[in-house]
Design a protein around this ligand. Structure first.
Ligand SMILES: C[S@@+](CC[C@H](N)C(=O)[O-])C[C@H]1O[C@@H](n2cnc3c(N)ncnc32)[C@H](O)[C@@H]1O
Length: 244
């Protein structure tokens, strides 16, 4: 695995990455949805919609939304009319905002949010027809452990769908994105979230993340089948799908 990915942490303290990540999302939870929409000009919603369309043909009955945060991906998955959606996250603060949204949308009986770590969560083997993860895997402390545990709880034939930022590689998108992401995003993020590091950690972690073919290679190595990726919006994000 890309070792750089392990060493990029939110607060660069001696605490484990997991604690720092949970703390950071607890801190910014009150502004998370607002900043997502502001910084991406609303594009992030369309990305989740695309993911859900990709898994629609499988008609998944039980869906796990890993790193659910404020539950946007789980809410989008409700369109598939499954029997059950479970969202897990290590940040209770993020899920509190998610639960409020579920109540307002009357989706709280379909979608349950519970505290859980992708790397250790102990659902039985072969539980879910589909697993989705939106902007979560980049934040895992141990990427391979998280992905392997998700493979364990996925049913044979089930689909994993990962949505994650990636770094565009072509001129001039790469240069423009670098400027926006490394200089504009941290300033706006800091003003609104009041967290000094969260929106600086964001571009740092994206840069260090093994994206595109490097990520599909990790999935294949762990035993996922048919791992593939689809770049989105000129390469600033990607959808990865794979099967068990
Ligand atoms: C950028 S947010 C994404 C939230 C949501 N999925 C979305 O699409 O907007 C990343 C989330 O990953 C969670 N997270 C990070 N590591 C995790 C882990 N090991 N297990 C579960 N959740 C994790 C964080 O607490 C945070 O809520």
């Amino acid at each position: 695995m890309d070792s750089k990915h392990d060493t990029i942490t939110p607060y660069q303290t001696a605490e484990a990455k997991k604690q720092q990540v949970a703390q950071m999302f607890d801190n910014i939870a009150f502004r998370y949805d607002f900043l997502n929409s502001l910084l991406s000009l609303g594009i992030h919603k369309g990305w989740r919609r695309k993911c859900v369309k990709l898994i629609a043909a499988d008609h998944p009955k039980r869906i796990l939304d890993v790193a659910t945060g404020t539950a946007d991906f789980a809410i989008e998955c409700a369109k598939l009319k499954p029997e059950q959606i479970i969202g897990i996250d290590i940040s209770e603060g993020m899920m509190q905002f998610g639960r409020e949204k579920l109540k307002k949308l009357k989706l709280d009986s379909l979608i349950t949010l519970q505290s859980g770590d992708a790397e250790t969560v102990s659902f039985p083997d072969n539980t879910f027809d589909a697993i989705v993860v939106g902007f979560g895997v980049r934040n895992f402390e141990n990427l391979e452990k998280g992905l392997a545990n998700m493979l364990r709880v996925l049913k044979p034939g089930g689909t994993l769908c990962v949505l994650e930022f990636s770094y565009p590689r072509k001129f001039p998108v790469k240069q423009f994105y670098h400027f926006y992401f490394s200089y504009v995003t941290p300033v706006i993020g800091k003003i609104f979230s009041k967290d000094n590091r969260a929106y600086t950690y964001l571009p740092e972690s994206v840069k260090a993340f093994p994206d595109n073919e490097r990520f599909t290679a990790i999935l294949e190595k762990l035993g996922y089948k048919k791992a593939t990726f689809k770049p989105l919006s000129l390469g600033i994000a990607a959808i990865y799908t794979a099967r068990k």
